[in-house]
Design a protein around this ligand. Structure first.
Ligand SMILES: Cc1cc2nc3c(=O)[nH]c(=O)nc-3n(C[C@H](O)[C@H](O)[C@H](O)COP(=O)(O)O)c2cc1C
Length: 170
């Protein structure tokens, strides 16, 4: 698929088949995330790849009952490593480390689409609970469940018109 086909086709998937994803697919997803740009190339984030069923079910509880997190064969948690960026960039490192982690998560979502997998960005969760479950002091930025889609996505979630979104300065 061309890059433009991938961006056009990707939609949030919130129902997954029981089918596992292969280690090769996992590696491709993680390598895509790892190729994302980051401030000073510091990659100020951490990824936790969760396959453990009990832990995934606990994440559902921490994410206001979003059941599809428990259905997906794997959930990638992106954690912000603010300290890593702050060492070089001071206060600005707070923003940079948020951006580093979110760009990497986006790359992983696009790679999932290329592999015929589905994913959904999950941001609605109790941060403290997720951090406790993952035994980390880093801030969880996003949970990305990935798996084989069990349903076709809702057709075209619609977007703002470019005229509404973009302001050219010539
Ligand atoms: C920051 C952020 C937080 C989100 N949180 C959730 C969430 O908690 N649960 C969910 O089902 N979708 C969540 N989404 C997915 C959006 O609802 C979805 O991307 C949007 O409706 C556009 O639909 P599409 O991804 O199918 O194009 C989130 C997306 C972003 C970028």
């Amino acid at each position: 698929m061309s890059f433009f086909d991938i961006t056009k086709k990707r939609s949030s998937i919130r129902a997954f088949k029981e089918r596992e994803i292969s280690e090769g697919e996992e590696e491709k997803l993680l390598k895509a995330a790892n190729s994302a740009p980051s401030a000073g190339n510091l990659q100020s984030y951490e990824i936790v790849a969760i396959k453990n069923k009990e832990l995934k079910d606990e994440l559902v509880g921490a994410a206001h009952g979003q059941k599809f997190l428990g259905q997906a064969p794997i959930v990638f948690a992106f954690l912000q490593d603010e300290e890593r960026s702050r060492k070089k960039y001071g206060e600005r490192g707070k923003l940079y480390s948020t951006q580093d982690g979110t760009i990497a998560a986006s790359y992983l979502q696009l790679a999932a689409e290329e592999l015929g997998l589905g994913s959904c960005w999950v941001g609605a969760f109790e941060e403290g609970k997720v951090a406790d479950l993952l035994e980390t002091s880093k801030r969880p930025l996003a949970l990305i469940p990935v798996g084989y889609p069990a349903r076709k996505p809702n057709k075209n979630s619609g977007r703002r018109e470019l005229d509404d979104l973009v302001r050219f300065i010539e």
